[in-house]
Write a protein that binds this ligand. Structure first.
Ligand code: ADP
Length: 630
């Protein structure tokens, strides 16, 4: 018979399995049982709409058959089975979720334990077996096939005789060594404890025949062997168990296995709701964002079960985008099993569930924010941006829901990471403070060093530092928080001056009107206005903006791959108390050409301070050098 080769990736995985010194070899049983359960799920699902299946719900089961003499362990299911093509596809090629993550291992720390991290699936059988035989017959097919392999050398597929639909996996266990007693996997106590540990919640019975020595009836001293079939699992899925029966470790273990995450989740939410719609839910907030989370490849969604049967792997409608990081499942008695995807989208029950889950997630996050700031900050670092995007999206439809979950860097808070909530900011506001001030830039240091931020701080007001691209868009969407407007320190009137100060500045502006017109001419197309400002303390110059679009927003929008380039209405602001201003006035009288050069130079400096690109750095350098040699 022809020996076929495994695909390269599969071969690597197999190699890893066989030579693994992985201590948890025992997980092979969990993996094979989980596959068997999935296969039964598929056929059971089918049996609900197709009478031809002919198996009653109670007859679906997984059987374990240890044979000490032959040194084999057989795992048998009456699930959907595999056709010859499927055998080839599924067992010759690595194509399961666990190994997909395995392929992208370059995103992981090299020293991390790959096998421990992912569900390793079928191949884990080779951690304990020298030969694996799979005998299977697909539902609807008359032919059964036998797949056999001793590991990396490849595998064979042949037809075989199998009377019933389903799959049987026969493991010929490796020889015992000093360190590893593979024969233990044939012992009843060991199998029982493995099932309890890993597969207790499997919905179908896992059965095993055991023999008991029993006293012969009517005799005091004679014994006979009795064969009894026992069910090893309790069959209650974890989400249907009582909370007080479960420990954090139970939840975490279920999470890691179910969602292929090797990190412990940050928190879990286990709920049951009875009312207009009845359901159990078990949700998790991961500790870290998956590597593809902020890419378009990421698919949000919760697993959806109708009364214990999984009907959808990722039901996107159950999660709003702003909570797309949540993993987990929902099991409802009120959903019909054979509901189609299209119908599901319009399902009223589903909408109710989604609404109530959204509320629970929000409440849980609010609670975390209040009770465990450190953990919340960890959450925030992984998924905070998503919440801010959520505030912005849909024209602010969700801002009420989300605004109190937001954290911002700030100049004046006690949090050791330098984060504040908006509510905390407001409680620290001074009585005479009109606005919630913010500065936008690419980093906290950058924001803090903006001249205008310095001025506002010096007046004793706290400044939020908006460092993410989405920040200012979200803030504009919120517009007002507890009746306080937001104010960008680099735009418009900061409301810091007395009426006299304002009038005095106006007078100075009027006095220098002609000079500013001259400067504007020199800066045609670059700035809309040149004027004096009280925004500056020590610096000579800064850029500010008028209108909705701030300089930072201009930067962000212009980095987007699509869309037209935008420009904020730029204002070049000068410090009336800086010696440079006096110099300009003198040049306006004596040397208009030089005034033009100086105007440009000041404009370019203002761009640099704002972190905006300089159009022609070479020309700027030349201008400075010319000045240096004068
Ligand atoms: P995964 O279960 O993560 O998809 P595996 O390597 O464990 O990956 O299995 C690969 C595929 O082989 C499964 O997705 C399934 O289609 C098929 N398979 C494995 N075991 C069985 C089984 N007992 N019955 C039917 N199909 C199976």
């Amino acid at each position: 018979m022809e020996q076929k080769q495994f695909q390269a990736e599969s071969k690597r995985m197999l190699d890893l399995m066989i030579h693994s010194i992985y201590t948890h070899k025992e997980i092979f049983l969990r993996e094979l049982i989980s596959n068997a359960s999935d296969a039964i799920d598929k056929l059971y699902f089918r049996s609900l709409t197709d009478d031809a299946v002919g198996i009653q719900k109670d007859d679906f089961c997984i059987e374990l058959r240890p044979d000490k003499e032959a040194r084999t362990l057989t795992i048998r299911d009456n699930g959907i089975g595999m056709t010859a093509e499927e055998l080839e596809q599924n067992l010759g090629v690595i194509a399961h979720s666990g190994s997909r993550a395995f392929k992208s291992e370059n995103t992981l720390d090299e020293n991390t334990d790959i096998i421990g991290q992912f569900g390793v699936g079928f191949y884990s059988a080779f951690m304990v077996a020298k030969r694996v035989t799979v005998r299977t017959r697909a539902y609807g097919s008359d032919t059964a096939y036998e797949w056999q392999s001793e590991g990396v050398d490849g595998y064979t597929i042949d037809t075989c005789v199998k009377n019933d639909v389903g799959t049987e996996i026969i493991l010929e266990l490796l020889d015992d060594t000093d360190d590893e007693k593979y024969s233990e996997f044939l012992e009843e106590y060991r199998i029982r404890s493995l099932i309890k540990k890993y597969s207790d919640y499997i919905r179908f019975p896992i059965r095993m025949e055991i023999s008991r020595e029993k006293k012969k009836e009517g005799s005091e001293s004679e014994y006979e062997t009795e064969i009894e079939t026992v069910t090893l699992n309790s069959m209650t899925p974890i989400w249907k168990k009582n909370k007080n029966e479960l420990k954090d470790e139970d939840y975490n273990q279920f999470y890691r296995e179910k969602f292929y995450d090797y990190n412990e989740p940050l928190l879990h939410l286990h709920g049951r709701s009875e009312g207009t719609v009845t359901y159990n839910s078990l949700l998790y907030i991961p500790a870290k964002a998956p590597y593809d989370y902020y890419s378009k490849d990421y698919e949000k969604g919760l697993q959806l079960y109708a009364n214990g049967v999984m009907i959808m792997e990722k039901c996107a409608d159950l999660l709003p985008d702003h909570f797309s990081f949540v993993r987990g499942l929902v099991d409802s008695e009120d959903l019909s099993l054979n509901i189609s995807r299209e119908m599901l989208q319009h399902d009223r029950q589903l909408k109710l569930i989604a609404k109530s889950l959204e509320k629970s997630i929000k409440n849980e996050l609010s609670k975390l924010l209040k009770t465990d700031r450190e953990k919340y900050t960890e959450f925030w670092k992984a998924f905070g941006i998503q919440l801010k995007i959520g505030v912005y999206n849909g024209f602010g439809a969700n801002k009420e829901l989300l605004q109190d979950l937001l954290l911002f860097h700030s100049s004046g808070c006690d949090d050791k990471e330098g984060f504040t909530t908006l509510a905390e900011y407001v409680t620290r506001m001074r009585e005479d403070q009109k606005y919630i001030y913010y500065a936008a830039g690419e980093s906290v240091t950058r924001c803090a060093s903006l001249p205008a931020a310095e001025l506002v701080r010096d007046k004793g007001f706290e400044v939020l530092y908006l460092t993410e691209n989405v920040d200012e868009f979200a803030i504009q969407m919120i517009a007002k928080y507890q009746d306080k407007e937001f104010k960008n320190v680099s735009a418009g009137d900061l409301g810091l001056e007395s009426d006299e100060d304002k009038t005095a500045l106006e007078e100075k502006n009027t006095a220098s009107k002609d000079m500013f017109e001259e400067m504007q001419k020199a800066l045609a197309g670059k700035v809309k206005t040149v004027r004096l400002s009280n925004r500056l303390k020590n610096h000579a110059v800064c850029l500010s903006s008028e209108g909705q679009l701030s300089l930072e927003m201009e930067k962000v929008l212009n980095t987007m791959p699509t869309g037209e380039k935008v420009q904020a209405e730029r204002v070049l602001e000068l410090n009336p108390d800086h010696p440079v201003f006096a110099k300009l006035e003198q040049l306006y009288k004596d040397d208009k050409d030089k005034l033009a050069v100086y105007s440009d130079l000041l404009y370019q400096q203002a761009l640099l301070i704002e972190g905006m690109p300089i159009e022609d750095p070479v020309a700027l350098s030349k201008m400075i050098c010319d000045l240096m040699v004068q």
